[in-house]
Design a binder for this molecule. Sequence first.
Ligand code: PEP
Ligand code: MG
Length: 896
Amino acid sequence: MAAKYVYFFGNGDADGDESMRAELGGKGANLAQMAKAPLSLPVPPGFTITTDVCQEFYKLNRNYPEGLSAQVDEYLAKLEAAMGKKLGDENDPLLVSVRSGAAISMPGMMDTILNLGLNDKAVVGLAKKTNNERFAWDAYRRFIQMYGDVAMGVDHDKFEAIIDEVKAKAGVKEDTELTTENLKEIVEKYKAMYKAEKGEDFPQDAKKQMWGAIGAVFGSWMNPRAIKYRKLNNIKEGALKGTAVSVMAMVFGNKGETSGTGVCFSRDPSTGENVFMGEYLMNAQGEDVVAGIRTPQKLSQLEQTNKAIYDQLCEIRDRLEKHYHDMQDMEFTVEEGKLFMLQCRNGKRTGAAAVKMAVDMVAEGLITKEQALLRVEPEQLNQLLLPQLDKDAVKKAIEIASGLNASPGAGCGQIVFTADEAEAWAKDGKKVLLVRKETSPDDIAGMAVAQGILTSTGGRTSHAAVVARGMGTPCVCGCADVAFKDENTIVVKGKEYKKGDFLTIDGATGRVFEGQVAVKPAAISGDLETFLGWADEVRNASVRTTASGKTVKGFNVLANGDTPQNAKDAFRFGAMGIGLCRTEHMFFDEPKLTAFQKMIVSDTTEQRKENLAKILPYQQKDFYEIIKTMEGRPVTIRLLDPPLNEFIQAESDGAAAALATKLGMDKAALVAKVAALDEHNPMLGHRGCRLAITYPEIYEMQVEAIARATAQLDKEGVKHDVRIMIPNVVTYKEVEQIRAQAEAVIAAVNKDCGTSLAFQIGSMVEFPRTALSADKVASVADFFSFGSNDLTQTTFGFSRDDYGKFINSYLDQRVLEDDPFATLDADGPGALMEIAEAKGRGVKADLHLGICGEHGGDPASIALCYKIGLNYVSCSPFRVPLARLAGAQAVIKASK
Ligand code: PEP
Ligand code: MG
């Protein structure tokens, strides 16, 4: 026997229900559920062809599986019996709509055809039967247009041109003003145009029409719009079986002034407020509401004009919310005073609305806290924290290019091409957008005052991206279409933009727009803290067993922060500490930058020590403030890890001269220094703890600054929990040696200050060798922090700074499913982390493990970190709320 491919709904009954969402699609499953008890809502009868058929359709090269045709016949007969009408009947035709619907709603992405079943004869029958000739001809012209466009690929504009022509001739503006005669003329012209385009008559056989529409809907599963939507929403190809097709008896909202159609939401989808809202149009079909041809009326108006229907809708709203325990987006039609429900689904909502609804629904007893936590997409929280582009403004804006969405938020300003210009212009009160090929530490002051940052090269972990995220500044990087013509001009796809012109970027999507697109400021809802408090409870209470058999309790969220301001942001957003303080980032601004540069260009150890002594007080002050801000929460300070050449750059002769003057040295000597520091591959060069193996005095100064800052706080009675972290470790011997030097310095400070401070000293795990020898490293380290940026770089062999050139080809061709620098790869770095967990905890059972690469702020990566058994994730301050939620979701999902 063939599989069951078709399910019935309507007339108070259905042979499917909401548990069959995967097979019936969201729309089909909800129609079935609404039709049957206990909801028993007025749903026009129909049947749904399952998503299995869609899957087969593509497997069979766009053919249907055996047995489908007979089942459709059987269910069509059932539908005809329910309606007391027959499809294609010349006197009283049954008309149907043919609708798409996948298990995950993809609003507007796939096709729908209405008024199907009309032909030259049936339209006359319909006119007689309904005693409404205008209605019948309007339905027929709508059907020819929709079917011709959607199922047969006739250009929509060709139909519109005909309507416009007839309207102009008749001297009317609105479709509703067209007379029956006008509509008849349109039908004739449509059919003639159709024949000219397709070389055959418009199909008159209603069954043939139905199969054409079913094929079109299944075909629309793979239209470019739907594919793009799935990509944007991270729905993997193959995760869904496809779309279902629902064939439903038509009810008509365009049968005169007692008919109408509308869309409503059980709560406000943009604010989350518990108010019933929506829009409707009398004497119209659904497409009129959506297409914006006529301006719909507010649902509240219906209460005045048709209280009975409004009350019935209110009652349905309550019943559906109680049933689905979620905000519903509903479509309805009123046919000659009788209400029908055509669709309901969980409504899309903004981040602010999602949080408010989740919190309200817990208070109302509709859902549990755990359900509430699963209701909000972690990424949606960003919307609550950063300025956003105004949606309506974006629709009208001119998009000129796109790059990597490196740091979310909207940034709009006058373009400038150097950090100095950014600073100078900002001082004059201008809003600037900093456009650079790439950024360097020298640019930091300019970056800090910019509304946004746009770079033509660099990936998500490039300097610009990391710093921008840390500062909460919107950033689009790796935007290859931006070319620098001269110091006053960039060229984007052939069009020139001068310094001072306005551009707008959307860091959440990577899109770049011409001119000023309106930006909306951030608004933090009071419910957010309640909501995130629940997330913290869930993570704190979590217990799991790792693959290596160790029990791990709790899952914490820390922040990456390099400045006292970062620490304040981190604290404000609820971070339980600082998981990574990149000390090299503390030298971005003056006078620290000059002191640091002088240290780098030192010729002798003595000179270097002299310059280091000048830096020490700056470091001590910054450490003091960060540690103080975090009020006893862990602060993990990483010893220096810069590619030194990043700090000493002399791109031109003029720049070399300026830098030499600033550092009080001879230009030729500086140029020689720059050449000496130059590396073919700085990312794999003289950086991290390799610097301390060559120049131990650098880390010794830093440890002294840390110890002195802590001693000062200790004496002031301020709580502190400071941890020292060594970067770029490849062998336990580096840790052993640096640790011994650090402990000697700490002992000296203790003696000097009369304190008895002790610090945990841990190792970063950023290279395969470190992970593979984690047992040895653990024997000399107090904790591990996975530097997943470098671990990804070295596991994949993809340069962090250059992969932007090819990653999109990999993603477009699905050679890789995800950008590995954005989402931690389970087979590569993830597998190495598992090895490190097992080996490390094999030596020290309670070894503390965390992650501080950019992945610490990515929901899918956070879930993998939880599974591996990390104690915490650390991410940029602005992603802390997201990580608090994503961590809780990982806990809840793992327990299911
Ligand atoms: C890392 O490599 O993941 C890391 C945190 O260090 P950085 O990004 O500073 O190299
Ligand atoms: Mg690193």
